[in-house]
Design a protein around this ligand. Structure first.
Ligand code: FAD
Length: 329
């Protein structure tokens, strides 16, 4: 590993002061599980590492409007076990509880999880000089693309790796970012960016000199929610595809829906056709199956990931049935 300077600021202002304009030179450390792995693999070689664990908020507090404000330094395990999170945002608690393993959840932070870099094996291998590292091609379309995106037209075909990002978008969360010019609040759905040649080396709108400080959840209202992940194995693995659904109810009828899929696109992927298919319906097997079909309309799998279309359909269908309290396999 290349030698680097290590800073341990004790508050937000000090942490921001330690950042700089060059994201390749100064990097933020939360739990370190993603960053240190990239450093050990020579994929990231910062001159300075800024540990934010003692600088950023590690609490979960109620907001005056009845929502919750979650600090970036909160551990994933604490999010998963928090009583108010489980009561108000069960899909988020469930997603947090399914991340990796107990050790990963104990070490990983909310900020680190949402800002972790893609798991693409070409990106993570120093031998491949891919678009994300300043090269001139994405190796996925003609390569081993079994876990890559089935939505989006490139130029890179990564899937967004964060399990927490998907329920955050589904619940209509906002993110607080702080930098030298002050704070800004960004809708979770606008935070993650589809790749273009202009922004291909990043996955979100966070500037190099900004910190991700909070997830702010609005009061949930009268909703039913579901979250369903499909993995090869039950633990120590990322999902192949998953979905969060948030259904605003009017009695037994779905008034409006948010359906967001994970591990299928470079961003948490909102399935608006599925949302329309659900509006005005009751939750039952037929409605869930029709919405799942609609959710995968427009999927464009590559040579080896066609199987993900069916897996994602299953995740959407089961998330809807779970929201309705209907038992699935
Ligand atoms: C076997 C295995 C299975 C896994 N399964 C899952 C899974 O199912 N779902 C899932 O979501 N993840 C999964 N992970 C990934 C793991 O959850 C993440 O690596 C972890 O959550 C990252 O959190 P961290 O705090 O350790 O991040 P760090 O490594 O500290 O940071 C990650 C990135 O975010 C940046 N960063 C961190 N905090 C901030 C901040 N406050 N502001 C700005 N930038 C910041 C860092 O610079 C870095 O680039 C798995 C990992 C392993 C090894």
């Amino acid at each position: 590993m290349k030698a680097f300077a290590y800073l341990t600021p004790v508050n937000e202002k000090e942490a921001i002061g330690a950042l700089g304009p060059d994201r390749d030179k100064v990097m933020v450390l939360g739990g370190g599980q993603d960053l240190l792995a990239r450093m050990k693999d020579y994929v990231a070689q910062p001159d300075r590492v800024v540990n934010i664990k003692n600088a950023l908020d590690a609490t979960i507090v109620a907001t005056p409007d009845g929502g919750l404000k979650i600090g970036a330094a909160v551990k994933i395990a604490d999010l998963a076990e928090h009583a108010q999170v489980a009561k108000l945002y069960p899909a988020l608690a469930r997603a947090a509880g399914e991340v990796g393993t107990p050790q990963i959840r104990n070490q990983g932070t909310v900020g680190g999880n949402i800002n972790q870099r893609p798991r693409c094996w070409y990106f993570r291998n120093e031998e491949f000089f891919c678009l994300k590292k300043g090269g001139n091609r994405c190796f996925a379309p003609n390569g081993e693309n079994q876990f890559h995106a089935i939505f989006g037209n490139g130029p890179t075909h990564i899937v967004h790796p964060s399990s927490l990002a998907v329920p955050a978008v589904a619940y209509g969360a906002k993110f607080r970012l702080a930098g030298p010019k002050g704070e800004r609040i960004v809708e979770a759905r606008d935070y993650f960016t589809m790749p273009t040649m202009a922004n291909v080396q990043t996955e979100n709108v966070l500037a190099a000199d900004e910190l991700f400080t909070h997830v702010i959840l609005p009061p949930p209202g009268n909703v039913k929610t579901g979250h369903y992940e499909v993995r090869y194995k039950a633990s120590h693995d990322w999902p192949i595809a998953f979905a969060t659904v948030v259904l605003a109810m009017d009695g037994d009828t779905i008034k409006s829906a948010r359906v967001v899929m994970g591990a299928v696109a470079p961003v948490p992927w909102r399935a608006q056709a599925a949302e329309q298919a659900l509006a005005g319906k009751r939750i039952d097997d037929r409605t869930a199956a029709a919405a799942a079909e609609a959710a995968l309309q427009g999927a464009r799998p590559m040579s080896r990931n066609g199987y993900k279309v069916q897996v994602a359909k299953t995740a959407v269908k089961r998330a809807i049935l779970q929201a309705g309290g209907i038992k699935t396999a």
